[in-house]
Design a protein around this ligand. Sequence first.
Ligand SMILES: [Fe+2]
Length: 241
Amino acid sequence: MRYGIFSDIHSNLQAMEAVLESYLKENIDKYFCVGDIVGYAANPIECLDWVRKLNPVIVAGNHDWAVADLFDMEYFNPIAKQAVLWTKEVLGEKEKSFLGNLPMVFEDENFSLVHGTLDNPQDFDYLTNEFIAKRTFAFMKNNLLFVGHTHVAGIFIEDGGSISYFEEESIKLTSNKRYIVNVGSIGQPRDGNPRPSFCIFDTNTKVLETRRINYNIQEAKKRIIEAGLPSYLAERLSIGH
Ligand SMILES: [Fe+2]
């Protein structure tokens, strides 16, 4: 099976469509979305429609739950808060109810999904270092976890007692190690590279790839400005921050 795993679209329709075009060439059997479909950019309804057409397994992001009134607005900085409020105005009750019904964690015998961390998923903490990764490894019931939230793609590997961090485009997973894979962000990358990030995992070969592609950033920026959202949300797309 070939899995497509992606996260943090954040209402960026232009980035989402470019990623879909890439995925369609990859014979993907099943999709997985690690949360934050909405928030920040200008096309939440269209992004939600695209994601639902893929029929993925989805877990909730903090923005998804915030627009559904399930997560405290005090968590957000003023610009993010403005984007959440704007998104709440644009979405209908059906969309908010869909987002509000997303689960916090997906888990089966092979792998799991969570937006932030497994130790306190409802707090949406950022999994940014080996110390925080260790706490999440302790809660894993399998060998592979996909996360999002930081908007920075990378892989924590637990090998015996030690945990290391890598940023690899392609890696072959082995059964004697455990992995936390941050798939990065489609709609608002924050690693200095403005190109959308998304993953492909082949369950037969055990090869995990992280792809980056170009998209029409200017159009995404234009839509943000036209929507009356904070201009910083447009500017940051160009610098990948
Ligand atoms: Fe996010």
